[in-house]
Design a binder for this molecule. Sequence first.
Ligand SMILES: [Ca+2]
Length: 358
Amino acid sequence: MKLVRIICTALLLASCQSTQPVNENAILPVATANIPSSVDEKVFALTDSGIDLLNRSDVNRFIDNEVKHEHYSRVELENFFRQVRYRPSIIRGMDRPGTSLPWYTFVQNNANNIRISSGNIFWQNNAEVIQAVSKHYGVAPQLLVAIVGIETNYGATMGTYRIADALTTLGYHYPRRAEYFQRELAEFLQLAYEEKQDPFNFKGSYAGAMGMPQFMPSSFRQYAVDWDGDGHRDIWRNTGDALASVANYMKQHGWLSGAPIAVPVAMQITPQLQQIIDEPTALKYTAGQLRQLGVIIPAQIGNQEKGILYRLEKSSGKYDYWFGLNNFYTIWQYNHSRHYVAAVRQIANGLSYGSTKL
Ligand SMILES: [Ca+2]
């Protein structure tokens, strides 16, 4: 497939990284697609920025590797690097904290009543496919709606950056995450080849996340689904493809049908409990262990269930405490932020159509 002649549509993709992030939220601030590029941004070719990419050894190593896949010729890859554009606003966007806001602000920004009522309309308009996808994958319909709601306001704000520009800018002008984004760039080029599309036709967030569910290229290649069977995983324009891709991601990451995401707990905070709250997010402590430390967990949760003790700042200096269960951790893998998971839950439980609360 030649880079220069592929035709196109828009594409897709998504969210998150299953492996690496060292610190929470390092990769994808929530709703990256919602951050606008500045209108007066100076856009110029990477080759005009004083650094000829094709003279860089890391770019040439990348090209050498890609040529081995036999999807693109060396000339095509060199042309690709000549055509990409450096976007300074992308670097600024990455350095902007996405989820360091207190919960009471975060939830207002991401899971407010407008977001929830828009979700009801989205559900009404897509009831049949939402139900079918949910049933097929065994993933709650309100979760699927909440994910596309928080990510892109139900497909309204999927990002306008060319993915090729975003991933190249981050891969070669953002040293802190260069390795990750170069890997995503390689995944992206293979994905464009597989979808038989021109890489320059793919649009998304400044971080390279695509479509209604904001999949990164690696997630797209691993989890995106062609629900309607037209030969394309169109998570930008086909609601079935987008929702099935989210459902597949959640199923593959351990979603348990019929189980809650989190339950409220009561406790007197102690230094030991605070230390547990501050630990990295993982299914580490059982309900039984936490009960022995004085945490009051609803009786419906068995002693053997593992989860995450976390808190939400409901107003300045005042906290609610929660026990996040298996499904909390499933959603956390989609975006490594406890606030993100809690906001998804808030949307899901606020929707009129969900029969059970998560
Ligand atoms: Ca399709």
